[in-house]
Design a protein around this ligand. Structure first.
Ligand code: NAD
Ligand code: DAU
Length: 347
């Protein structure tokens, strides 16, 4: 059962599992919030092995029914509110979904599986943001870096991670956690930096860069994350944590410039045509300066490493958004523009 399987990362994970393991049934359990979209899973609709259930992870009865109806032996939990800016305006929603939702899943799984945890797995997808903010020159996060969340997004995620470990220790639930860096690629909701920039270049809209644009993120192509999730589901050791990252640190301003130039080129515009769209705006409150991930554990123990370089990944991503304007128009109509005006003051 993949919760949040109709979201950005979830849809890549589900499609990979369906294609690679024809004998396995994959149940997508998703509430279809603004970020969840059945169009993300359209390619596998009707395929044997794929089942969609609309449901909320905070609804214990629905989770239990789904687990029992489909004889679920593995949960990959990707259901969450995922956008840091939204956590600043609506922290209660983040606590509800990520803390109470994850706790509800854990509690239900521990009851449904109480007689036999053999071959079962509760796999929780977490983020590098729980480790806090790194200074320039500090060493990347390892699995033993202490948690130091600084936003309602990362605090609610850290809390959910603690509950996952507590259920492993207290109830013997076979749990595993992975903490990944920033993903990018097709199907990402355009509130996030990379698709937002591509969309704004396409529409000649200003590109909001928070603060000075010096903040650094470590970028990973989403299909590499899906491959790591597949591997951990198969071979991850219960009780363990795995860090996943792209080994690809870049300042926001550097990244924005790369995307602008690539998008202009793909749209057949002259070099530098959209450079003037860059607009420095008020910084995000509590904006973490830098994230960097040491992924040597998963490389040494499970043999995973990122396979798509940034330039190649960005090219694929820009091409996908340019070739899928229907998808983009659909998700940027209605609520998105209201959100955008609230966030960026109609810029
Ligand atoms: P997303 O916002 O694109 O998708 C989230 C999905 O969860 C949506 O399909 C949504 O409908 C569903 N959902 C939300 N609330 C729900 C609820 N109460 N019950 C059931 N379904 C619900 O998010 P994403 O970027 O795909 O991230 C997935 C997970 O991976 C999140 O936990 C996120 O914190 C984590 N993560 C994301 C990144 C990243 O760069 N995007 C990096 C590391 C970790
Ligand atoms: O590190 C993993 C995390 O990456 C995940 O846990 C989150 O779910 C995911 O949303 C992402 O969080 P970030 O806050 O790093 O991603 P976002 O795309 O929102 O922002 C990336 C950087 O760009 C960040 O430093 C803020 C900045 N930014 C973002 C937006 C949306 C801007 O400068 N302008 C913008 O308009």
């Amino acid at each position: 059962m993949v919760t949040g399987g109709a979201g950005f990362i979830g849809c890549h994970v589900v499609k990979r599992l369906i294609r690679k393991y024809p004998a396995v049934r994959v149940v997508v359990y998703d509430a279809l919030t603004y970020a969840g979209n059945l169009a993300n899973l359209a390619d596998i609709e009707g395929q044997p092995g794929y089942v969609f259930v609309r449901g909320d992870i905070t609804d214990a009865a629905a989770v239990e029914r789904t687990m029992r109806n489909h004889d679920i032996d593995c949960i990959i939990n990707l259901a969450a509110e995922s956008h840091v800016d939204r956590s600043i305006t609506d922290p209660l929603l983040f606590a509800r979904t990520k803390v109470m939702g994850t706790l509800t899943l854990l509690y239900t799984a521990s009851r449904v599986w109480e007689d036999d945890t053999g071959g079962k797995l509760f796999y929780h997808i977490s983020t590098d943001e729980v480790y806090g903010s790194l200074g320039f020159g500090e060493r990347p996060f390892t699995e033993s870096t202490p948690y130091a969340p600084r936003s309602p997004y990362s605090a609610s995620k850290a809390s959910s991670d603690h509950f996952v470990r507590a259920f492993g220790e207290t109830y013997g639930l076979p749990v595993v956690i992975s903490n990944c860096s920033n993903n990018y690629g097709p199907y990402q909701f355009p509130e996030k930096l990379i698709p937002l920039v591509i969309n704004n270049v396409g529409n000649n809209r200003p590109i909001p860069v928070y603060g000075t644009g010096e903040n650094v993120r470590d970028w990973l192509y989403v299909e590499d994350h899906a491959a790591a999730i597949d591997l951990i589901t198969d071979r991850g050791v219960p009780g363990e944590t795995y860090n996943i990252g792209g080994g690809c640190e870049l300042s926001n301003l550097g990244l924005v410039k790369m995307i602008i130039s690539l998008t202009d080129r793909r749209l057949g515009r002259p070099k530098g045509a959209s450079d003037g769209l860059v607009t420095f705006v008020r910084d995000r409150s509590g904006h973490d300066l830098r994230y960097a991930i040491d992924h040597s554990k998963i490389t040494a123990e499970l043999g995973w490493r990122p396979s798509t370089g940034l330039e190649e990944g960005l090219e694929k991503t820009v091409d996908w958004y340019i070739g899928n304007t229907g998808w983009l128009d659909n998700v940027t109509s209605g609520e998105y523009m209201e959100y955008y005006d609230r966030m960026y003051g109609g810029q």
